[in-house]
Design a protein around this ligand. Structure first.
Ligand code: ACO
Length: 426
């Protein structure tokens, strides 16, 4: 509590509402009391609503700040690695050496999926979108871990968290192998997390795949950059689903479904499709005109963000990583030039400047993923894999304290009560 209060006046009635202060960020008006006074609050799209209290991640959208457990994303991307970031999200602190070794060992111990799970893949058409497959198979994990999972038991919850972080790369790589018509590759627990994922993606039983350390490092950094982003659409979905007491694997499947949309995680795939469609630099001006035309639904994918209104700090690191990876691999990608030119035009155009639209994390990630050899349809799966510790950390946080089922209300604008009209009178 901040000691401050907000006063809401409706007609001749005044209502004092407590104002809450966090450790950082704007104060929050606690509007719970409006209900007992006969009102709901109205905020479509939750533009101004804090749906929960959280200690995991802080974002200042105006200043372009993203902190996990207080640590800036730029420092984590440069000095930490993905599993350490996972530990931080789950535990609120960086691990010491022994804690890290134990955590990495526990995660790598759980990488295999039940042999039966492969038959779920075989139920899909080979050309099924991997995100559709992921919604199905991750949800299906709940069938393997349900009756013996007590979500009220902290240790059970922690095991579910470890299993999800461990098995996501295996399930993601299987969704690719199935679409490519190649045999599934078992995980190799002697490899690092990102290395093992690349092994399961690109090795085959007849040809070993030597993981390029530059590629493994870039993959790990992409995972770090996606690890968490407080109450975004997919994380809020996981929390909302979890608030009913649902199985955690089903909750994460719900998060995957929410992430898939092009306004959220599906944007990385949409960016490459957009660059493909534009084709070359000579078409950029036409494209920008279409984006600005209110009668045209074309959007500049990878641009804009609900929270970042200055720059997305992840996009800065992503762009730098993109340059490093392409240089190190000796790849000259005309799409990178096209993306950079597009960014340059957009950043100096009044339409984008006045609406505070800047490149987001998805603008450059696709170009790196393409350089690594990841097919476009897998881009959002990579995002889902990277975001899993964030989803599960929020699910754990919610379950570690008393919580209520999430149940928003509405402003009803439909017909008032009326009597049923028999068919012959309609
Ligand atoms: N291209 C063109 N115009 C845009 C774009 C864009 N990418 N993004 C927003 N605008 C315009 C809107 O048309 C609107 O214009 P108006 O005021 O004239 O009506 C204005 O900017 C405000 O946009 P909103 O849609 O109200 O902003 P909101 O916060 O609701 O949406 C969103 C944010 C969904 C990310 C949006 O910017 C967008 O669709 N971007 C493209 C998709 C994308 O890259 N998504 C990834 C987001 S990051 C992530 O999930 C990891």
């Amino acid at each position: 509590m901040s000691g401050k209060k907000a006063t809401l006046t409706i007609g001749d009635k005044s209502l004092d509402l407590p104002v809450l202060s966090g450790t950082m960020g704007p104060d929050v008006i606690d509007v719970k009391d409006v209900l007992s006074n006969g009102y709901f609050t109205y905020d479509p799209g939750f533009m101004a609503t804090s749906a929960c209290e959280s200690k995991i991640t802080f974002i200042d959208g105006d200043k372009g700040i993203l902190l996990h457990g207080g640590y800036p994303i730029e420092q984590l991307a440069e000095k930490s690695d993905y599993l350490e970031t996972c530990y931080l999200l789950l535990n609120g602190e960086l691990p010491n050496a022994a804690q890290k070794e134990d955590f990495v060992g526990r995660v790598m111990n759980h990488t295999m999926v039940h042999e039966q799970l492969q038959f779920f893949y075989r139920g899909f058409r080979r050309d099924a979108h991997p995100m559709a497959v992921m919604c199905g198979v991750v949800g299906a994990l709940s069938a393997f871990y349900h009756d013996n999972l007590d979500i009220n038991d902290a240790e059970h919850r922690r095991i579910a968290a470890i299993r999800l972080i461990a098995k996501m790369p295996t399930m993601a790589a299987m969704s690719y192998k199935y679409s490519a018509g190649q045999p599934f590759m078992y995980p190799r627990n002697d490899l690092g997390y990102a290395e093992n994922f690349l092994h399961m993606m690109f090795a085959t039983p007849c040809a070993d795949y030597k993981v390029n350390p530059i590629v493994a490092k870039a993959m790990d950094r992409i995972f770090v950059l996606h690890a968490d982003h407080e109450q975004n659409a997919s994380t809020s979905t996981v929390r909302l689903t979890g608030s009913t007491g649902a199985n955690p694997y089903a909750c994460i499947a719900a998060g995957i479904a929410a992430l898939w949309g092009p306004s959220h995680g599906g944007a990385n795939e949409a960016v490459l499709k957009m660059l493909d469609e534009i084709g070359d630099v000579s078409k950029l001006d036409d494209f920008i005109e279409r984006v600005k035309d209110k009668n045209d639904s074309t959007k500049l994918m990878g641009f804009g963000h609900r929270v970042y209104k200055n720059f997305d700090p992840r996009a800065k690191v992503m762009k730098q990583t993109c340059d490093e990876v392409l240089t190190a691999l000796g790849i000259h990608d005309p799409q990178l030039e096209l993306a950079m030119k597009l960014e340059e035009i957009a950043l100096s155009d009044e339409y984008f400047v006045s609406r505070k639209l800047y490149p987001n994390v998805d603008f450059y990630s696709g170009i790196i993923l393409k350089a690594i050899g990841i097919p476009t349809s897998m881009f959002t799966v990579i995002f889902a894999l990277g975001r899993t510790p964030g989803w599960i950390a929020h699910w754990l946080e919610m379950h570690s304290a008393p919580y209520k089922i999430s149940r928003p209300r509405q402003l009803y604008t439909g017909p008032v009560q009326r009597d049923f009209v028999p068919m012959d009178k309609r």
